[in-house]
Design a protein around this ligand. Structure first.
Ligand code: NI
Length: 183
């Protein structure tokens, strides 16, 4: 079924698409590229640093990331903690985690008004395919490693709600209930 990329919008929890594991993309077509463009547009409008296809209702294994350079983040460190440019990840796989998991406060464009501490390893090695169909491997740290793991989770139907610390879960209890009741 053809997708009209212009009509795609960011869905909010508890939309069922957010809980549906994404299927691999077997062929990169013009439609894939239009969807990626639209995802970048929506991510920018929402001032996010990442967006996964299930968040716009598509169960396909693709996400986009744009982690800006800042005080703590740079694309030039080893490993990089920011993206030099917008990146598209198709059929991503995690090859390795490095370091002991540490907490960091995360938000999600599909979970308005919710922020919570999530434990994740500080470095991740990810393999994916770009929009040209070219495979690449990226070893990432800092905010970029966070972002990649968060977006990868979206492709499995996993949300930060599932991974937040007990304390953050308590703190966000009412906001989560409000979202569930707003549907
Ligand atoms: Ni998210």
């Amino acid at each position: 079924m053809p997708v009209n990329a212009d009509n795609l919008v960011i869905l909010h929890y508890p939309e069922s698409a957010l809980r549906t594991p994404a299927k691999p993309i077997h062929e990169i077509t013009d439609e894939t590229r239009l969807i990626a463009d639209r995802m970048v547009e929506l991510m920018d409008q929402a001032e996010g640093i990442g967006l996964a296809a299930p968040q716009i209702g598509l169960s396909i294994a693709m996400f986009v990331a744009d982690v800006p350079t800042g005080e703590k983040n740079s694309p030039d460190t080893d490993p990089p903690s920011a993206t030099a440019d917008v990146m598209v990840f198709i059929n991503p796989k995690i090859l390795a985690f490095e370091g002991a998991a540490e907490p960091y406060e995360e938000g999600c464009l599909s979970l308005p008004d919710i922020r919570g501490d999530v434990l994740r390893p500080p470095v991740v090695v990810m393999q994916a395919t770009d929009l040209e169909g070219k495979p690449f491997t990226l070893r990432a740290g800092g905010l970029l490693a966070r972002c990649l793991q968060h977006e990868f989770d979206h492709l499995q139907g996993v949300l930060i709600l599932d991974k937040m610390t007990q304390k953050s879960r308590m703190k966000n209890r009412i906001a989560v209930r409000d979202l569930e009741n707003s549907k």
